[in-house]
Design a protein around this ligand. Structure first.
Ligand code: SF4
Ligand code: SF4
Length: 175
């Protein structure tokens, strides 16, 4: 029997990627290489989010196998066109299951996608070439096939039974 699990969100991709990069271009190394996650400023932390949207979809967790399955159904607050939360500041009141990603929990949330920039940095993998901080372009996440689709239905418009029918792949363990 599968059970729906929380959507999660870390940053909201609100910071200006290009200005942050230019700011840190004066350093020998960019901040995501020079600093640990715990050393980043709030603005730097937010800008690490690649805006893929994969933490804002409905997931199902199999309580017998611990597998986590991903659907193409979006959290009720997720805007598929912009890949942003519609009410980031009030999200926890509206979506209680939305978990704030922190340097302290990023390594424990196994169901976050392997591509997640926070997960990659926490694992010492660095940022991928398609990350907006590296490419200088937010669209590079889409071009690399990392971002969620821009036409996902909202969980408000899909019944619980139908949400399970919309599983598109296994999130954990990574396929
Ligand atoms: S999964 Fe994507 S959208 Fe979610 S926190 Fe990680 S990088 Fe940001
Ligand atoms: S409440 Fe907002 S940040 Fe949290 S999962 Fe939903 S869309 Fe994402």
């Amino acid at each position: 029997m599968k059970q729906a699990v929380i959507g999660t969100k870390a940053g909201n991709f609100r910071a200006s990627v290009s200005s942050l990069w230019l700011m840190d271009n004066t350093r020998k190394n960019p901040f995501w290489e020079a600093k640990s996650l715990t050393e980043m400023s709030p603005e730097e932390w937010e800008s690490v989010c690649d805006g893929c949207g994969k933490c804002c979809v409905v997931l199902f967790d199999d309580d017998e196998t611990d597998e986590v399955w991903e659907t193409d159904v979006a959290c009720k607050l997720f805007d598929c066109k912009t890949r942003r939360c519609r009410d980031y500041n009030n999200r926890h009141a509206i979506v209680p299951g939305c978990i704030s990603l922190t340097p302290g929990n990023v390594s424990t949330l196994h169901w976050m996608p392997e591509s997640c920039a926070y997960k990659r940095l926490a694992a010492g993998q660095g940022l991928a070439d398609w990350h907006p901080l590296v490419s200088g372009r937010r669209d590079s996440v889409v071009e690399a096939g990392i971002a969620v689709e821009n036409d996902m239905p909202s969980e408000d418009n899909v019944s619980d039974e139908d949400q399970e029918e919309r599983i598109i792949g296994r999130r954990w363990p990574p396929p």
